[in-house]
Design a protein around this ligand. Structure first.
Ligand code: FES
Length: 116
């Protein structure tokens, strides 16, 4: 039987985030890429590791939109991922994990759910 524990990680203050870009948030040994789209006033979080060559790089990727779907392109080989579904938009089989984000009293929280 699998049990789930939901934890909200206090990542940073809103004013500490990079506008229209990403930052890397440490969660123990894990790294999470946090993105802030100021034009849309939307936040997204994904794993920081690019699944293509296992580079911890997505937080430094180029952000944008593909037919209104927010995306990030890995800075190494430009593979592109949806920030909503994590799907690779470059046609590859790899995908990335995404995390819910919420803002409360000026603090950005990332939902890190664990299965036991
Ligand atoms: S390491 Fe990210 S696209 Fe190759």
């Amino acid at each position: 039987m699998t049990e789930t524990s939901t934890t909200w990680l206090a990542a940073c203050r809103v004013e500490d985030a990079v506008e229209n870009g990403g930052v890397c948030v440490k969660n123990g040994e894990d790294q999470i890429a946090l993105f802030y789209f100021t034009r849309r006033n939307e936040w997204f979080a994904t794993q920081n590791e690019c699944p293509h060559r296992k580079q911890m790089a997505l937080s430094r990727g180029m952000t944008g939109s593909a037919t209104d779907e927010p995306k990030v392109a890995c800075p190494f080989h430009k593979k592109t991922f949806s920030l909503i579904t994590g799907e690779c938009l470059s046609g590859d089989e790899c995908a990335i994990k995404t995390y819910p984000v919420r803002i409360e009293n000026g603090t950005v929280y990332i939902c890190t759910t664990q299965n036991f």
